[in-house]
Write a protein that binds this ligand. Structure first.
Ligand code: FES
Length: 97
């Protein structure tokens, strides 16, 4: 069976692209297209940040960029919403405490 060139390139595009990012200094494998939050959930991080006022751990809530409960630091930039931020290779994520 002959594979057309356009079909071949479509298959290549659809292959998952594995990248590595770090969360609190620990390396994790992920696929491009995932959000930071999806990686956090998969790796068992339910406590994402510590509330400064109540001193209680907070987790994600809406998962769509509205509630701001999933704030993390990404490559030195604070208060990034994990649920709407796609991962990239070498990204460094720090969970707030
Ligand atoms: S979980 Fe609500 S903004 Fe991210």
């Amino acid at each position: 069976m002959m594979v057309e060139a356009a079909d071949f390139f479509d298959m290549l595009i659809k292959l998952p692209q594995k990248v590595t990012l770090s969360i609190n200094g620990k390396g994790f494998d992920a696929e491009l297209g995932e959000t930071i939050l999806s990686v956090l959930i998969r790796e068992g991080h339910q406590k994402i940040r510590l509330s400064h006022k109540a001193r209680k751990w907070r987790g994600f809530y809406c998962g769509m960029g509205v509630c701001f409960e999933c704030l993390v630091e990404v490559d030195g930039i604070p208060n990034v919403r994990a649920c709407i931020t796609p991962i990239s290779a070498g990204m460094k994520v720090i969970l707030h405490d």
